[in-house]
Design a protein around this ligand. Sequence first.
Ligand SMILES: *[C@@H]1O[C@H](CO)[C@@H](O)[C@H](O)[C@H]1NC(C)=O
Ligand SMILES: *[C@@H]1O[C@H](CO)[C@@H](O)[C@H](O)[C@H]1NC(C)=O
Length: 145
Amino acid sequence: MAHAATTAAALFFFFFLLHAAVRADAAATLSQGQSLGANDRLVSPGGTFALAFFTPTEGDPSRRYLGVMYARAKEQTVPWVANRDAPVSASSAYSAAVTASGELRVMEGDRVAWSTNTSSPLGNVTLAIADNGNIQLTAGRRRRR
Ligand SMILES: *[C@@H]1O[C@H](CO)[C@@H](O)[C@H](O)[C@H]1NC(C)=O
Ligand SMILES: *[C@@H]1O[C@H](CO)[C@@H](O)[C@H](O)[C@H]1NC(C)=O
C-alpha cells in the first residue's frame, strides 16, 4: 500500500433531494443495480480520475483494492482506497456495486468485503466520480410528468 497515500480523504456523499441536477455521463456513473467488475472503470467527465480495482505496485499481487486513481498518471497514484483494510482476493469473483438501499459495496463473490453503510429512503442511487476525484452517491427520483 506504499503508494496509496492517505492524503485525500476524497469520499463525500451528497444526497440530493428530488429534482437534483445530476450529470448523466454514462462513463462516469454507476447506477443502482449495476456493478463494476475487475476490468471496468468509472472515469470522471474530464478524464482526470478513475474509480477501479487495482493491485498496489509493491503490494501482494493476490489482493485487489477499489480506489480512486489518477487516470492518466504513468505511475500508479491512488489518493483514496475504499477497502484498504479489507482487500478482496484476485482469484475471487469480485466487484463493486450500488445496492438498492443506496450503499456502495465491494463484494468478494457473495460476501460483502466493504460497504459505505449509507442508505437513502429516496431510492435510485447513482454513484458518480467527479474531476476533483470525489465520488458521490446521489439519490432521487425522476421528475413526474
Ligand atoms: C461499515 O460497517 C462495518 C460494520 O460495522 C464496518 O466494519 C465498516 O468499517 C463500515 N464502513 C465504513 C466505510 O465506515
Ligand atoms: C434514476 O436517476 C437517474 C439520474 O438522475 C435518471 O436518469 C433515471 O431516470 C432515474 N430512474 C428512475 C427509475 O427514476
